[in-house]
Design a protein around this ligand. Structure first.
Ligand SMILES: NC(=O)c1ccc[n+]([C@@H]2O[C@H](COP(=O)([O-])OP(=O)(O)OC[C@H]3O[C@@H](n4cnc5c(N)ncnc54)[C@H](O)[C@@H]3O)[C@@H](O)[C@H]2O)c1
Ligand SMILES: [Zn+2]
Length: 341
């Protein structure tokens, strides 16, 4: 799939193809420009968030979508919302009439730079993302008017994912992000580097769209400790990933995968207020080794035995996957002060 053919950054909402049915986060109904646009299409409002992805809520939601689409010969499902709406609508599009076309219009920074691209859909069955499909969207529209209407808090939460992409992709934009970071707001950074971050993601997923060769797994940079902290400290996903990036960078230095020179360049990524504040909070409430190992055991990146596929950095733009034992991960997290001795 050529990513550049699929996604498009625009100032305002697009005109959708005939037979489009819009499923949107009801929070967007408060915005005048959105109300005006959505009024032209059959639509259904949902409450965004993890509960939308719950398998228990699925029958009720899919019945409403079936009703809305029953008279259409070839319906197109259009999801407008954050990653939860994208995962849910993507799943619906892959099963409705054994698969119907899908369009994503992400409304959060996290979904705009990450979850709307790559074709993964998911529902929660007791735990997160237990079932899902690959469903390539027909189009992903990045609507600036919509994205820039978000509160600043949402941007701060997505910053970790933006920095992850800059570290993975390297190139000229890494330096630009680094230079802009001390002065700029999170929303400025996300808006300014939206294109670069998406291009970076497509460069990775195009090599391994269906996650067969493993190349796509480098996108898990920062996510091993990130997933643990997301649950243990109820951190927003992007903030937890930000902490996980630091852990990964520090360990890469410790293992001598990363040179001092490269490490010094990366270090400035972690001087933002949002990082420092969350870092202090997490260090104050260190995890017990027992809880840490329990949460680690739930990680999908687990490989045979008590090992996990961990993403290190050999340099900027040079991720390196290496299987590590749970015990060595525990020891490193204790050394760095995330887990009690
Ligand atoms: N499929 C993938 O590849 C992939 C990748 C990463 C994350 N995800 C999934 O994405 C989800 C997280 O995404 P998210 O952070 O966008 O969460 P979300 O969809 O839960 O949205 C977060 C909050 O923002 C609100 N919101 C949405 N758009 C808004 C706007 N424009 N203005 C104001 N508020 C708005 C929502 O109502 C919700 O309360 C998780 O379920 C995660 O598993 C999927
Ligand atoms: Zn993530």
């Amino acid at each position: 799939m050529k990513g550049s053919l699929v996604w498009q950054i625009r100032q305002s909402f697009p005109k959708l193809p005939p037979s489009s049915v819009v499923i949107y986060d009801r929070i967007l109904g408060r915005k005048n420009f959105f109300q005006k646009w959505v009024a032209s299409y059959p639509s259904h409002a949902v409450r965004g968030g993890e509960s939308l992805k719950s398998i228990d809520a699925f029958p009720q939601n899919i019945r409403k979508i079936l009703k809305l689409t029953q008279d259409l010969e070839k319906p197109i499902l259009v999801g407008v919302g954050g990653g939860s709406v994208g995962d849910f609508v993507g799943f619906c599009a892959s099963v409705l009439r054994r698969g119907c076309p899908l369009i994503h219009i992400p409304s959060t920074w996290l979904s705009a730079i990450d979850s709307a691209h790559g074709g993964k859909t998911a529902l929660n069955v007791d735990a997160k993302n237990q079932i899902g499909t690959f469903k390539k969207p027909l189009k992903v529209f990045l609507v600036r008017e919509l994205l820039e209407s978000q509160p600043e808090r949402r941007a701060a939460e997505a910053l970790g994912e933006l920095l992850k992409m800059a570290l993975l992709d390297g190139g000229g934009w890494f330096e630009k992000v680094r230079n802009a970071l001390p002065e700029a707001s999170s929303s400025f950074l996300l808006s300014r580097f939206l294109r670069e971050a998406i291009q970076g993601k497509y460069r990775i997923i195009e090599k391994d769209y269906l996650e067969i060769s493993g190349g796509r797994r480098v996108l898990n940079l920062g996510h091993t400790l990130g997933h643990v902290l997301e649950v243990s400290h109820s951190l927003p996903h992007g903030v937890a990933v930000y902490m996980g990036l630091w852990m990964s960078v520090e360990w890469s230095l410790q293992k001598k995968f990363l040179s001092q020179r490269e490490y010094k360049k990366v270090r400035s990524f972690f001087q933002t207020r949002i990082f420092q504040k969350s870092f202090k909070e997490v260090q104050k409430r260190k995890l017990s080794p027992r809880k840490f190992l329990f949460l680690l055991g739930k990680d999908k990146k687990r490989v045979k035995g008590q090992k996990i596929d961990f993403v290190f950095l050999k340099g900027i733009g040079r991720p390196y996957r290496y299987a590590v034992s749970f015990l060595s991960l525990l020891k490193e997290c204790q050394r760095q002060g995330w887990v009690k001795e």
